[in-house]
Design a protein around this ligand. Structure first.
Ligand code: NOJ
Length: 735
C-alpha cells in the first residue's frame, strides 16, 4: 500500500477501530489457550475490543495463526490483519545458546545468523514480530534476567543489538523469513536496585547516556521496527509514561519512528508505581509519552475513546500511533498477504532442519568459556570417565525464555556422549537432584520437580562417589536450574544449590581429575568449584544442540574460545561489579593491603573472580607489548596500535585479542578501561601474527561535561590483551 492509501484507510476508520489497533491482547482470547508471559489482566477486555485488537501475543504455529487471522479479518470492518508477536529470544524451535552465552562468543555475526534462522522458523510459524533483542546492559548477577542480555559492555552490546536486528529483519520485512525486531526495554531495565526484577532504577543521566543508551540506539539505527518500554522508572517517572525519555530521547534524539509498545501491563502498572491515580490517567500519560501499543493492560481499549471524546486527548495523538502500526503492517506486507510466511508444509521442512541444528551446535561450541584447566581437558582418549551430576540426563538446556523450544528435541549429555564417542566404558550417574530439598522457587512451585527422599538422595550420592573412585576421571555436570534465571527470577544468593556443592565436595575427595561443566543463566560465585575442581567449563544454557557441542569440546575435537561478556563476581557482596568502572580518588594498589585508607574491601579482593573478556583454551598465547605507529594523534589521523600474538602452546587455538582505551584525564571521569575493538585469530602451535587496530577520533569520544559526544585533547592509554586484565599500556597524546 502506498503512504497515501494508508492515510486514506486511517481517515476512513472509526475512533473505536483506531483505538483497537493500539491494543494488544493475549492469544488465549482467540484460542482459549496460548503462551502467557505475564499476569492476565482482569479489566479492559470486552469481546468487542478483542474483535478490534491490533495485535495478538502468544499465538504461533502456522495453522493456529491462519485460523485466528482468518476469523478475525472476516469480522473486521476494514479487513486490517492482526500482528502476531511473541518472544523468540534465542531461537524458535531450534534453540541457540542464551543471549549471554552468545555474547561470550564475541562474534556478533554468528548471532546475526542465529537470529536469521530463528526468524525463518518463526516466520513459517506465522509470527511477524519478536520481542528481541534485549539491549539492556547488565552488571548484577542477582538479576536472573541477565541471561537475556549480551553483557556488561556498551560497545559489545551495541554490536550484538545491531547484528540481531539485521538477522531478524533481513533486507526487507516483506521478504520470506524476515520478522520485525523489537529493542527492549527502553530504558535502563538492566539496572534494577539490588538486582531485584522490576525494581526501581536509579541512574544518573550521565551513566544512563554513557553506558546504558548506546546499545538501544545501535538497535534503533540498525532499523529495529519496534521498541518496548521498560517496567522501571527513569528519573522517578515510569518509562511507560515518561515523555522526555520517549519523545525527546527515543524519538527526537535517536530518530526512532517505529512502533513503541509497552511491556506487559506496564501502562496499568503506573498505578502501582504511584504515578497515576487511575486507569484514565495512565492512558493519558502513556499516550502522551508516545506509547503506540498497549500490551495486555486493556487500558487504551477501555479509556482512550472517552478521553478523545472529552477533549482530553487530541485525536491527532491517536492518529499518529495508529499510522505507525499500520505502517508496520504494511512494511510486513500483511495487507496483501495477511498470513505472510505461515505455512504448515514449510514448518515441517525448515524447523529443526539440519542446517539450523548445525548452526545451533556451532553457536553453542563458541559460547563455552573455559575458566580453569589444569590439564584435565580435553579428555585424553582411552581413559574411563564418570559423568556425574543432575545435568547428565537433563533436557532443560534451552534457558528460561525458550517458550517454543521443546525438550523432546534436545539431546542429553548421556545421549550425546554415547552417540559421538561410542564410549561404552563411560559411567553416568545423576548424583543428586537439581535443587535442594527445601529450595523454593517463588512462583514456580506448581512446576517444581518432585523431590527425592533423603534416603534416595544419599543412595544417589554414594553411587556417584563409587563411580568417581572406580573411574579416576570425572566430568561433573552441575549448575542452576533453568528457572533460576530469566524474568522474575532474582536471587540474593549466587551459588549452585547446596546439594550439588556437597556432591562436588564428595567427588573431589576421592578423585583428583575433576572437570566441572557449569550450566547457568547468570554469573555465579564459583569460588568453591574453582578451588576444588581441576577444570571448569562454563556452558551457560546452551540450547537444543548444547549437549552435542559439549561433547565436541570435552573430547577436544573443538577447542573452547568463549570470553566472559559479564564479570564473574567473587561473591554476592561484590555485585554489581564490572570491568569498566571509574577510578576513585583513593585507588587500591594491589599488594599494598596494609594501606588502610583505600577504596577496597577488608575481606575480599576488589577484582571479580573472573573478569570481563576472560576465557582460556587448549593452548596458550603470548601477546607482545603494544606498539603505536605514532605518539601524537591529530583529529583526522588514524593511529595504528598493534601487537604480535604467538601460539605458545601445543595445539591449534583461537584467541580473541581485545583493545581497550583509557582517557587519562578529562572533563568528566572516564572508566579505567573501555573495550573499543576485538579480533579473533586462529593460530597453529608456534605460529604468530600481527594484529592491528586502527584508532580514530571516534574511539576517543565520550559524553563530555557539555553533554555532547566528543573527544578532548590529552593523554590516552592503549591496552591490548586477551581479557580486560590487559596491562602494560602504550601512551599517546591526542590533539
Ligand atoms: C515481559 C517481558 O519483560 C518482556 O521482555 C516480554 O517481551 C514481554 N513480557 C512479553 O512476553
Amino acid at each position: 500500500m502506498t503512504k497515501e492509501a494508508l492515510q486514506e484507510l486511517l481517515e476512513d476508520m472509526s475512533l473505536e477501530e483506531k483505538i483497537g489497533q493500539m491494543n494488544q491482547v493475549a492469544g488465549s482470547f482467540f484460542l482459549g489457550a496460548s503462551v502467557a508471559t505475564g499476569p492476565m489482566a482482569e479489566k479492559g477486555f470486552t469481546q468487542e475490543n478483542i474483535d478490534r485488537a491490533g495485535s495478538a501475543i502468544g499465538v504461533s504455529g502456522a495453522a493456529a495463526v491462519k485460523k485466528v487471522q482468518k476469523a478475525y479479518m472476516e469480522k473486521h470492518p476494514h479487513r486490517i490483519p492482526l500482528l502476531f508477536m511473541l518472544d523468540v529470544i534465542n531461537g524458535y524451535k531450534t534453540v541457540f545458546p542464551i543471549p549471554l552465552g552468545q555474547g561470550a562468543a564475541f562474534e556478533p555475526e554468528l548471532s546475526m545468523r542465529c537470529a536469521r534462522m530463528a526468524a525463518r522458523e518463526a516466520a513459517v510459524s506465522g509470527l511477524h514480530v519478536t520481542f528481541s533483542p534485549m539491549a539492556d546492559l547488565v552488571r548484577d548477577a542477582r538479576w536472573g534476567r541477565v541471561m537475556e542480555s549480551t553483557g556488561e559492555d556498551p560497545y559489545l552490546n551495541s554490536l550484538y543489538a545491531t547484528a540481531m536486528v539485521r538477522g531478524y529483519q533481513g533486507n526487507d520485512l516483506r521478504d520470506r523469513g524476515s520478522i520485525a525486531a523489537c529493542i527492549k526495554h527502553f530504558a535502563g531495565y538492566g539496572a534494577p536496585d539490588a538486582g531485584r526484577d522490576y525494581n526501581t532504577v536509579e541512574l544518573s543521566e550521565h551513566t544512563l547516556r554513557q553506558f546504558y543508551l548506546p546499545a538501544y540506539e545501535a538497535g534503533v539505527q540498525a532499523g529495529a521496527a519496534l521498541v518496548m518500554t521498560a517496567f522501571n522508572t527513569v528519573e522517578g517517572i515510569p518509562a511507560t509514561g515518561n515523555r522526555r525519555l520517549m519523545r525527546q530521547i527515543l524519538r527526537d534524539e535517536m530518530g526512532f519512528d517505529g512502533v513503541l509498545i509497552s511491556d506487559w501491563a506496564a501502562i496499568e502498572e503506573m498505578l502501582c508505581h504511584g504515578y497515576c491515580a487511575d486507569r484514565t490517567q495512565a492512558a493519558r500519560r502513556a499516550v502522551a509519552a508516545g506509547v503506540d501499543m498497549d500490551m495486555m493492560a486493556g487500558v487504551y481499549a477501555e479509556q482512550l475513546a472517552a478521553l478523545v471524546q472529552g477533549g482530553e486527548v487530541p485525536e491527532t495523538l491517536i492518529d499518529e500511533a495508529v499510522m505507525r502500526i499500520l505502517t508496520l503492517k504494511n512494511a510486513l506486507g500483511l495487507f496483501e498477504a495477511p498470513f505472510k510466511d505461515a505455512d504448515e508444509e514449510k514448518e515441517k521442512e525448515i524447523i529443526l532442519c539440519e542446517e539450523h541444528r548445525a548452526l545451533a551446535r556451532e553457536a553453542a561450541r563458541k559460547s563455552f568459556v573455559l575458566l580453569k584447566n589444569e590439564g584435565v581437558l580435553p579428555l585424553a582418549p582411552d581413559t574411563k570417565t564418570a559423568y556425574i551430576g543432575p545435568y547428565v540426563d537433563s533436557r532443560n538446556l534451552m534457558g528460561a525464555w525458550s517458550l517454543t523450544g521443546e525438550t523432546k528435541d534436545v539431546a542429553t549429555l548421556r545421549e550425546a556422549v554415547l552417540e559421538q564417542r561410542a564410549d561404552t566404558d563411560a559411567v553416568f550417574c545423576c548424583g543428586c537432584p537439581m535443587t535442594d530439598r527445601d529450595m523454593k522457587l517463588e512462583g514456580f512451585l506448581e512446576c517444581m520437580d518432585e523431590m527425592v527422599s533423603a534416603e534416595e538422595q544419599q543412595r544417589m550420592m554414594d553411587e556417584a562417589v563409587e563411580a568417581a573412585k572406580a573411574c579416576g576421571r570425572v566430568v561433573m555436570l552441575l549448575g542452576e536450574d533453568r528457572r533460576q534465571s530469566g524474568e522474575a527470577a532474582s536471587s540474593a544468593g549466587i551459588q549452585i544449590p547446596g546439594i550439588q556443592q556437597e556432591l562436588l565436595d564428595r567427588v573431589c575427595a576421592v578423585c583428583d581429575q575433576v572437570a566441572v561443566v557449569l550450566f547457568s543463566g547468570r554469573p555465579l560465585d564459583i569460588r568453591r568449584i574453582a578451588e576444588k575442581a581441576q577444570a571448569v567449563l562454563l556452558a551457560w544454557m546452551p540450547g537444543t544442540e548444547g549437549a552435542r557441542a559439549l561433547v565436541d569440546v570435552l573430547s577436544g575435537r573443538y577447542a573452547p574460545s568463549g570470553k566472559l561478556p559479564m564479570s564473574f563476581p567473587y561473591c554476592a557482596g561484590q555485585v554489581p561489579v564490572h570491568y569498566n568502572e571509574y577510578p576513585t580518588g583513593r585507588p587500591h594498589v594491589p599488594g599494598k593491603d596494609k594501606d588502610r585508607f583505600r577504596s577496597k574491601y577488608l575481606d575480599i579482593p576488589n577484582a571479580p573472580l573472573y573478569p570481563f573478556g576472560f576465557g582460556l583454551t587448549y593452548t596458550s598465547f603470548r601477546v607482545s607489548p603494544v606498539r603505536l605507529d605514532r605518539d601524537h594523534m591529530a583529529k583526522d589521523d588514524v593511529l595504528t596500535a598493534s601487537v604480535t600474538v604467538r601460539n605458545t602452546g601445543p595445539a591449534e587455538g583461537t584467541e580473541t585479542i581485545q583493545l581497550y582505551i583509557h582517557d587519562v584525564a578529562a572533563s568528566v571521569v572516564r572508566p579505567i578501561k573501555e573495550l573499543k575493538g576485538f579480533c579473533k585469530v586462529t593460530l597453529q602451535p608456534g605460529e604468530q601474527k600481527d594484529i592491528c587496530f586502527p584508532i580514530t577520533e571516534r574511539e576517543l569520544r565520550f559524553l563530555t561535561e557539555n553533554g555532547r559526544w566528543e573527544s578532548e585533547p590529552g593523554a590516552f592509554e592503549v591496552f591490548i590483551g586477551t581479557s580486560s586484565l590487559a596491562d602494560m599500556p602504550a601512551r599517546f597524546v591526542y590533539g
